[in-house]
Design a protein around this ligand. Structure first.
Ligand SMILES: Cc1cc2nc3c(=O)[nH]c(=O)nc-3n(C[C@H](O)[C@H](O)[C@H](O)COP(=O)(O)OP(=O)(O)OC[C@H]3O[C@@H](n4cnc5c(N)ncnc54)[C@H](O)[C@@H]3O)c2cc1C
Length: 292
């Protein structure tokens, strides 16, 4: 398989850098082709601005979505964005790897999404009418490919559990897993999340590295998060609300968009929460206290 890892950490000698090496080595050992977009090393420009649209006339008002559409169709997106789009088309699997910063991805990675997921490529795809609301959430340009997150977090796993004060990790990652990855068509695998990392030592690193290797070995076979397909008949058009009665009893919010029956029959096990807990007792850390 072809695997693209988009890596968002400023320090190659970080824990994230070490985990990137683990993943790349394991993927290559398995015979996969690997490309890494190391965003800090590339000097990735994260903000969307006029410079992204060289064909925009001087003085013309910048409308980012319209400009993105025009530039994608005309082939005038900037070379850095075109190169990332080529990598996405090449890759069978996309991995986004990052430290959890303020409950989300670092700004440089958000800016990669903002600029690379162009109108006509990742959104604005397909028929929009009173019968169909585009090719998204299960359809789209990247349909047939798989994606997953590799995330490190300072906070404890319990803090991210169903009743944890930070909110459940699946809810926090929903905008990325569902909104960014499932939207343009990826099947999204459960994330690999490592908790309580700030005081990690060599003894703690080994099992985490092995957990990541195992996820690299099972990229093709892991059951995806069973998000509902937008165009599978479950949603009303044009309100795009889930039809009454389809929800699993007692569910609301983000969980409405999970079809728990979906993976059954594919040989896939019900989804484990995908996370890799670290149980070593490390006490509190400064970053835990600050933001987690
Ligand atoms: C701006 C900001 C916002 C944040 N917001 C949040 C948040 O919202 N939620 C949350 O949970 N956390 C948050 N954090 C914490 C953040 O998620 C962690 O600091 C980050 O995930 C750690 O990853 P790292 O790669 O930077 O680790 P590093 O700091 O590089 O390493 C962490 C530990 O792992 C050890 N280590 C590194 N490499 C190895 C190796 N090869 N072998 C063994 N040990 C190793 C290091 O010695 C260190 O003890 C935030 C941090 C910042 C800076």
């Amino acid at each position: 398989m072809n695997v693209l890892i988009v890596f968002a950490h400023p320090e190659p000698r970080s824990l994230n850098g070490a985990l990137l090496d683990v993943a790349v080595r394991e993927l290559k050992r398995l015979g996969h082709e690997v490309q890494v977009s190391d965003l800090y090393a590339q000097g990735w420009k994260s903000e969307v601005d006029r410079a992204d649209f060289p064909s925009l006339a001087d003085g013309e008002r910048l409308q980012p979505a319209a400009a993105s559409k025009q530039a994608f169709e005309a082939g005038t997106l900037t070379p850095d964005v075109k190169a990332e789009i080529e990598k996405l088309l090449w890759a069978d699997v996309l991995i986004l790897q990052f430290p959890l910063w303020w409950f989300s991805m670092p700004a440089i990675l958000k800016g990669w999404v903002d600029r690379v997921f162009a109108y006509g490529f990742a959104y604005g795809v397909g028929e929009h009418s009173d019968k169909r609301w585009g090719d998204r959430y299960g359809d789209g340009t990247l349909k047939g490919k798989r994606a997953m997150l590799v995330v490190t977090a300072g906070g404890w796993e319990e803090h991210y559990s169903a009743r944890g004060v930070n909110g459940p990790i699946d809810d926090l990652l929903f905008p990325i897993n569902h909104g960014v990855l499932y939207y343009p068509g990826y099947e999204v695998l459960p994330p690999f999340v490592v908790y309580r990392v700030d005081r990690l030592d060599d003894a703690g690193f080994g099992p985490i590295a092995e957990g990541l290797r195992e996820r690299m070995r099972t990229l093709a076979t892991t059951a995806p998060i069973p998000y509902r397909r937008q165009n599978g008949g479950g949603y009303l058009v044009p309100s795009m609300q889930l039809r009454a009665g389809l929800e699993n009893p007692g569910t609301s919010g983000f969980a409405l968009h999970l079809d728990r029956a979906r993976n059954s029959g594919q040989g896939g096990k019900p989804r484990p929460l995908g996370s890799f807990p670290r149980h070593a007792d490390s006490g509190s850390s400064t970053v835990d206290d600050l933001a987690t």
